[in-house]
Write a protein that binds this ligand. Sequence first.
Ligand code: ASP
Length: 441
Amino acid sequence: MSESIGNTGKGMKLHTKILLALVVGGAVGVAANLQLGGDAASVVWVNKYLAGPAGQIFLRLLFMIVMPLVFASIALGVAGLGDLRKVGRVGGKAIGYFMGTTFLAASFGLALVQVVKPGSRVPESVKAELMATYADDASTKIDLQATGGFGIETFVNIVTRNPVKSAADGDMLGVIFFALMFGAALTLMNPERAKPMIDVLNALNDVVILIVGMAMKLAPFGVAGLIFGVTSRFGFALLQPLAGYVLVVMGALILHLAINLSLILRFVMGISPVLYFTRVRSALITAFSTSSSSATLPAALKAAEDDLGVPPTIAGFVLPLGSTMCMNGTSIFEGITVIFLCQVFGVDLTFGMMIVVIIMSVITAIGAAGVPGGSIPLLVGILAIVGVPGEGIAIVLGVDRILDMSRTTVNVAGDISATLFVAKSEGLWDASMVPVRERAA
Ligand code: ASP
């Protein structure tokens, strides 16, 4: 990726501008919410005409490039790896890392919620009120679960019938599968015949990356708009009865980054966690403000390649897979939410059932789409297994946005770390390849 996002050439680095936008947008949003109220005419006006459009345009620019980016980068990644055994080995390592870290995350979250037990302190009246308020929302999610549950068809559907339709429908796994086949076919062709197509894909990749650069220039406005939209309208009163639950989820997410991921970064990848988090911060802020791993893919690729020095063949192959399959934060959230709701509904789980919850949290985190609220329908499925009524999801829906933002951030931190793991184990990267700090303007 040619143009560094570290330097906009106007004094302040883009990274810093994005961070500032997050802080200012969030602070102004919270102030507006508390002083004027989320429904005040002025707040509604700002959301409708300023913050909303700024956030939406940024999001749309990101989504606009996701599908061509996934297609070009995976096909090129596979073609670049050359031989299919190598593709299998790299893919296997990536999936092993996704599953290993997701399992670790889910177990960690589950242990924490067992110790703190936030669900046993939710009063019956609050439970009834939340269930009544979010009943409609919950039934939509239950319907979604019924149509989009997790079963054998999930695997069959990966083999897309129509890649163009998959791209149009945002079916990432379908596009990934097509791109894998496309790249694999390129490696099997006579190199001379394959070259024109590889040149086209390379050019497509370059074009998309330039558009990513343009979109990221708008990130400060988009991030501020998205954060203002959430904080200015958020029902802070809801946080109170669910404070214990929200704190356990947030605490587990932060501790996962600070302990689990940091130890892996330090001892497996050999990179300082501080350096890692500094380099990926724009991608993490994009994840936080968009609540979507897919929308964050362009920023994540930029961070991995430009700011951490991961070779494009590895980053371009591993990250699109990771953005839909590697969800450490989501598995933490799912495990905790299931146990929390069991506590609220007085369902006692045996040790065996807890293991089932961990395994289901991992599987559904892998299956969830990288879009806002992507894991909720699948979570409803786990609730059914442990004997909590699906409608119980209503209890947590009011605070889900803030948790979604936070878990998506952890998901993306995990995705980018997977590129380091795979590149390092292939002997293609080590910490000395992290580019030296960008110059200030
Ligand atoms: N929003 C999450 C993501 O995109 C998925 C989820 O947990 O709902 O990574």
